[in-house]
Design a protein around this ligand. Structure first.
Ligand SMILES: [Zn+2]
Length: 301
């Protein structure tokens, strides 16, 4: 993966934020106001975070449509257009302006005058070179120090993004797929790693649960990703089964009827795994509940 590919995927956001954008992975409880996160409606810029003991709600608006926060005497503002709910300790992808990142070890800015010539008491320069202590060098001569500094920030954003891709191969697969197939429906991914510290370092899993979408929409999203990436239907899940055939399942909330249960997965060549799932359940009628209660569950009175 080169710097160019991440530039392509984040370019509209760079226009919105007016600076280079980093793609990285953070825990849901480390998402900050102003970050862009994935939702089933596409990218949203977070402007409300609701913290509960287990689940955090990240709410916001699509980039470019963000509500302009104007001074209002009673502090009223329209509700965010869309939201996504994650467990607080699960890892999600965020896009964040590079200026909000601190020092990056091994990378310090080297901006120097290009071709300086002494003329009396003045030094004339032909522009500025931008380079980094890691050995990176900008291929162009920049008109101003500021431009040269911006070029280095672009390099820094690229390095931070590359580090996130290296840490989770599923993130890399998704980012690459989105560039090649921009029409793919957006999905609220969350990420885990298969193992840390051993030879499988960097092998990642990306999961998306679509059960908050209407069932037909979830089917359409799964079908689109299946077609592009060749995800396969997991055994025991009823992608093509008749809806009415759904049986009784025992859940933490008691026995429920499973209406639809779809699950696609893919094992990629760099150890990555993608999982797209949606399970729809409904409560049973009172008489069915008593008849179907599992031995470890108390039937409701
Ligand atoms: Zn560098």
């Amino acid at each position: 993966m080169t710097d160019t590919s991440c530039e392509q995927s984040t370019r509209p956001l760079e226009q919105v934020l007016g600076q280079r954008v980093v793609t990285t992975l953070v825990r849901a409880d480390q998402v900050e106001l102003g970050d862009f996160v994935d939702s089933a409606d596409g990218l949203i810029r977070v402007r409300e975070i609701v913290q509960r003991p287990q689940y955090w709600t990240l709410a916001g608006d699509p980039p470019g449509q963000a509500f302009r926060v104007a001074f209002h005497p009673n502090g009223e503002s329209p509700a965010p257009r869309t939201q996504v709910i994650h467990r607080r300790n699960c890892t999600v992808r965020v896009r964040r302006g590079v200026s909000r990142f601190g020092r990056l070890t091994g990378h310090s800015k080297r901006v120097t005058s290009h071709n300086p010539v002494k003329r009396g008491m003045y030094t004339l320069v032909d522009g500025y070179n931008s380079a980094c202590s890691c050995g990176w060098k900008s291929s162009t001569v920049h008109k101003s120090k500021h431009r040269a500094g911006e070029a280095w920030l672009g390099h820094k954003a690229g390095q931070l993004t590359e580090a996130a891709y290296a840490a989770n191969s599923a993130l890399l697969l998704i980012a690459t797929t989105e560039i090649v197939h921009p029409q793919l429906p957006p999905v609220p991914w969350y990420f885990t790693n298969t193992a840390r510290g051993d030879r499988r370092h960097g092998h990642g899993i990306a999961t998306a649960d679509l059960k908050d979408l209407p069932v037909d929409q979830a089917r359409a999203v799964l079908a689109a990703w299946r077609q592009v990436l060749g995800l396969t239907v997991d055994e025991a899940h009823s992608w093509d089964k008749d809806k009415s055939a759904g049986g009784i399942v025992h859940t933490l909330r008691g026995p429920r009827r499973r209406l639809d249960d779809m699950r696609l997965s893919l094992n990629g060549e760099r150890g990555e795994r993608l999982i797209l799932q949606a399970a729809y359940e409904t409560a049973l009628k009172a008489e069915e509940t008593a008849a179907n209660t599992a031995p470890w569950q108390d039937a409701p009175e």
